[in-house]
Design a protein around this ligand. Structure first.
Ligand SMILES: C[S@@+](CC[C@H](N)C(=O)[O-])C[C@H]1O[C@@H](n2cnc3c(N)ncnc32)[C@H](O)[C@@H]1O
Length: 227
């Protein structure tokens, strides 16, 4: 499965399907995540796997700071770019690049965020090492993702809604059922939240906050980088 092509192909319907499949809760989840990050005029914030920029836009709307939106699927970034108002345009910078090779010097970013992107990266340990490299010591990392379900509600949700409803509805609207089958598989094959917390702790981060959102369908992690 070529993940870059997959997201490129569904870029036109990605936002609509996010709203429909999550009943609009994805917006609330992003807002919660962004509220945990520092805001300030001279801060540099990385949005890793930025997609159509919804997380970056949420951050930029809430306060000052430069947001560097990195994704390897150009159509996703360009779809997002159409949503950026002239007021925010000069604070959002698009970078089309692989998330495992972030084209920035060491300790450049004050904070980093990644919403539903980590699961798609082929090597999570390498991704965390790269994030730790580009973050300043003490810099925050906020991650939201669909971790492998380990609560009764999220397990049932994944085996019913995730397995049958999402691919059917997603395939119907995007005309790409394979992409939404991949979504379910990628969740089942990902680490649980607890396993990901352990990975963070072993790779240069202190976990500050970890919480499940909406019965564990998504989870949010906040960690600080250390040397
Ligand atoms: C589910 S979308 C999330 C988009 C966005 N963060 C959001 O909140 O909606 C996952 C994104 O990760 C990107 N992605 C996956 N693997 C990547 C990689 N190795 N490097 C850069 N971007 C990647 C995809 O292109 C896609 O846009």
């Amino acid at each position: 499965m070529n993940v870059r092509e997959l997201f490129g192909n569904i870029s036109g319907t990605y936002d609509l399907l996010n709203r429909v499949l999550s009943f609009g809760t994805d917006k609330r989840w992003r807002k919660k995540g962004v509220s945990l990050l520092p805001h300030g005029k001279n801060l540099n914030i990385l949005d890793l796997a930025s997609g159509t920029l919804d997380l970056a836009l949420q951050y930029a709307k809430e306060g000052a700071g430069e947001v560097w939106c990195l994704d390897f699927a150009l159509p996703m970034l360009l779809t997002g770019k159409m949503k950026v108002s002239p007021l925010l345009d000069e604070r959002l910078h698009l970078i089309c690049s692989d998330g495992l090779k972030i084209p920035f010097p060491d300790h450049f970013f004050d904070a980093a965020m990644c919403a539903w992107g980590m699961r798609n990266l082929p090597d999570h340990k390498a991704a965390l090492c790269e994030l730790q490299r580009v973050l300043k010591p003490g810099g925050s990392l906020m991650i939201i993702d669909f971790f492998k379900p380990n609560r009764t509600f999220s397990k049932i949700f994944s085996k019913t809604y995730g397995r049958y409803v999402m691919p059917t509805l997603g395939g119907w609207i995007s005309r790409d059922k394979a992409a939404y089958n991949y979504l379910h598989r990628s969740i089942e094959n990902f680490l649980s939240r607890q396993q990901f917390e352990d990975l963070l702790e072993r790779n240069g981060f202190d976990v500050i906050e970890a919480k499940d959102l909406t019965g564990g369908i998504s989870s949010l992690l906040l960690a600080n980088a250390h040397d």
